[in-house]
Design a protein around this ligand. Structure first.
Ligand SMILES: C[S@@+](CC[C@H](N)C(=O)[O-])C[C@H]1O[C@@H](n2cnc3c(N)ncnc32)[C@H](O)[C@@H]1O
Length: 347
């Protein structure tokens, strides 16, 4: 998923830096602000035990599948419903295929976020909104009827979130929709099976405030990737949150925003971020702590150094890369941002 602050392009840099600081001597990694799960997935594939956490429900869904699921999924309870399932050697793909082809429904997403729903919003084509509603409701019905287990439920939900995001009629995030349907949003929604990473380890996935999990979970490597600025993830991804929760919330305004008081991040608040970060570092139960942050974030480099040094030997790595900023007047303009990876070897 194309996600603000995704570390997909920095995975090798992060892993190399972690290996250098720890001399490769670590068995567990906690990805505390997990977002898309890119970092946790990377270390899971390297055989590490992962603890993953994020305050957003859609992120929990992604990580509950990508990190939490680690054994093959059989979908045995759907054999009667989906006749091809028995002979299929790719069960997830067969179930996704079935769901892709069920008839659409006039549900919450169609009614509130598609032009045909009459509210003036166009986050999805009418057909894709209806299909999203039908797929989401079917997954829920199967789960409640005991036809799919919890692992299978999150696998399908994760596939839906990834797939619906591909046909969203937005510039990048859900803070606004485009006036006319862009090309990718005109394509019919296809439920693409989410990657299943098999391994022997049991992993933990949470949907809590980062400071709580940091103070409770003992790990070798604690990786921190908090928001850098005042843009709340809860508003930028409100539609994915609603699809994940399936709670038909009260919504308001031009963009149909849901209430998000409980998910307001202190890391997006200029006046509160320093205290939140200090508390997290002071209470963290880890041998090594790493922090991704860039030179334009709310916390100054001096603050970070001072706070992290309080726990032990501090240092940092940098990686220069180009950032592309959406600029409504001039299209895209390249901007230089320096990405830091701070670390502390805790006493
Ligand atoms: C920069 S993004 C992480 C991106 C992630 N590393 C990736 O590659 O996809 C920051 C994440 O922190 C989460 N977040 C913000 N405040 C939080 C908090 N107090 N506790 C837990 N998660 C939080 C946001 O929901 C968002 O997903």
């Amino acid at each position: 998923m194309n996600y603000i602050g995704s570390k997909l392009s920095l995975l090798d840099f992060i892993e190399k830096s972690v290996n250098e600081v720890t001399s490769g001597d670590y068995a567990s990694v906690c990805d505390l602000f997990a977002g898309t799960g890119a970092v946790g997935k990377h270390f899971k594939k390297k055989g590490k035990k992962i603890v993953s956490n994020d305050i957003q429900t859609y992120s929990y869904v992604l990580n509950r599948h990508y990190i939490g699921n680690h054994k093959p999924l059989e979908f045995n309870g759907l054999k009667q419903e989906i006749s091809d399932l028995d002979k299929s050697d790719n069960k997830i793909a067969t179930v996704c295929d079935y769901l892709t082809n069920i008839p659409g429904e006039d549900g919450f997403i169609f009614t509130n976020y598609c032009l045909g729903g009459g509210q003036g919003r166009q986050y999805f084509s009418d057909e894709n909104g209806k299909k999203c509603d039908a797929i989401r409701n079917t997954i829920e019905t199967w789960y409640k009827a005991g036809k799919i287990n919890e692992d299978e439920y999150y696998c399908l939900l994760c596939s839906l979130l990834e797939s619906i995001d591909k046909v969203a009629n937005t510039a990048s995030v859900y803070g606004a929709f485009l006036k006319s349907l862009k090309k990718s949003a005109q394509k019919p929604l296809e439920l693409i099976p989410a990657e299943l990473i098999l391994n022997e380890q049991e992993h933990l996935v949470f949907n809590e405030d980062a400071n709580k999990i940091a103070s409770e979970q003992c790990v070798d490597v604690l990786y921190l990737d908090p928001p850098y600025n005042q843009r709340q993830y809860a508003t930028n991804y409100h539609l994915l949150e609603t699809i994940a929760k399936n709670d038909n919330p009260e919504i308001h305004g031009k963009t149909g925003l849901r209430e998000y008081k409980q998910q307001k991040s202190l890391y997006c608040s200029r006046s509160q971020v320093k205290k939140a970060f200090s508390d997290l570092i002071a209470n963290a139960k880890a041998k090594y702590i790493f922090l991704s942050y860039n030179n334009e974030g709310l916390l100054s480099l001096e603050d970070i150094k001072e706070i992290m040094s309080s726990r032990g030997e501090y240092g940092f790595f940098t990686k220069d890369y180009h950032r592309f900023k959406a600029d409504s007047n001039r299209g895209y303009s390249a901007d230089e941002t320096i990405e830091y990876l701070h670390y502390v070897k805790c006493h």
